[in-house]
Write a protein that binds this ligand. Structure first.
Ligand code: CUA
Length: 330
């Protein structure tokens, strides 16, 4: 490969690598105050390391190509002291002070009266609860909705293993530790749909533990929360009505709650408004009747190790009816 071609290939790969930093999981396109602070820190750190790298590589190039002869003792010492000691010490000390000063605001609690969202890491999904004044808490799964422009305090815990709660576009990550509640305050600055992930290996399906994060205008958020607080609507389509019967007969209510019905199980995700969610199975599938069908019939193939047993033995009519019922839970 000639030199020009090598430069082109290098540039193409660098462009591809940078493209990988875009999108709903990016830390470099921040949409929250914490993420903006972290991104700023990243760029300062990257700048500092480039300065040190240039100083050291510059010295090496000078020593090998520009002045390859033996240097006089004094000149050599000056090069080592300036390039090898002074520049790194000054740059790294500056970055250390800047980095330490940036940390406290990232860990500050939200002001009293802020919206609080309780999130519990489960294997392998996220239980999400909102406290609603004058109402039972509203529970949903794998979906977090928050208003733009105000701090939200997340209370994080886990039943079994350590998970790590991370919404890269909004802020830093915090571990969810069994028996110990941790907190994280995030303040979204942009409306949009982002993604969250588990950032700590927690078992077989750790990689299939995502969630969606919707940042809404404040009045839309209030409307969304009021809708979530309502009980499930009764199905009206014959297929969905049959699906509801199938849901009860097959004992799905032992693990799942559908508020407003006899299904009051607390082991699995609350399904009261599951048809309205962005994704199914913690970000694994799009939300569609076909996806419900696949999930119920092939649970373990799709997410190895999951607690929910597969119901692939049900007749396909029943699977279709169940899917229609769940999709109707808007
Ligand atoms: Cu939960 Cu990794």
């Amino acid at each position: 490969m000639n030199a020009r071609r090598r430069v082109k290939v290098c540039a193409a790969w660098s462009a591809l690598a940078l493209l990988g930093c875009e999108g709903p999981l990016s830390t470099l396109t921040p949409a929250g105050q914490g993420a903006e602070r972290i991104a700023r820190m990243f760029w300062w750190m990257a700048g500092g390391t480039i300065v040190i790298w240039l100083a050291v590589v510059g010295l090496a190039v000078y020593a090998v190509f520009v002045a390859p002869k033996r240097h006089a003792g004094k000149a050599a010492r000056r090069l080592i002291v300036v390039g090898g000691v002074a520049v790194p010490v000054v740059v790294l000390t500056g970055l250390l002070i800047y980095g330490l000063a940036s940390l406290p605001p990232l860990m500050a609690p939200a002001p009293d009266g802020s919206l609080t969202v309780l999130v519990t890491g489960e294997q392998w999904w996220w239980r999400v609860r909102y406290r609603v004044p004058g109402h039972d808490p509203v529970e949903l799964a794998n979906e977090i909705v928050v208003p733009v422009g105000e701090p939200v305090e997340f209370h994080l815990d886990s039943h079994d293993v350590i998970h790590s709660f991370w919404i890269p576009s909004l802020g830093g990550k915090v571990d969810m530790i069994p028996g110990h509640r941790t907190r994280l305050t995030l303040e979204p600055t942009e409306i949009g749909v982002f993604r969250g992930v588990c950032a700590e290996y927690c078992g077989t399906s750790h990689a299939w533990m995502g969630f969606s994060v919707m940042v809404l205008a404040q009045e839309h958020f209030a409307h969304w929360l009021a809708r979530q607080a309502e009980p499930a609507r009764s199905p009206s389509e014959p297929l969905a009505i049959r699906g509801q019967e199938s849901f009860i007969v097959n004992g799905c209510g032992a693990c799942h709650t559908i508020r407003g019905t006899a299904a009051q199980g607390v082991v699995g995700p609350d399904l009261t408004h599951v048809g309205s969610r962005n994704t199914l199975a913690a970000g694994l599938l799009d939300n569609s009747p076909n996806a419900f069908w696949r999930w119920i019939a092939y649970t373990n193939e799709l997410k190895p190790g999951v607690y929910m047993p597969a119901f692939g033995m049900l007749p396909s009519d029943d699977l279709q009816a169940l899917a229609a019922y769940l999709e109707s839970l808007q």
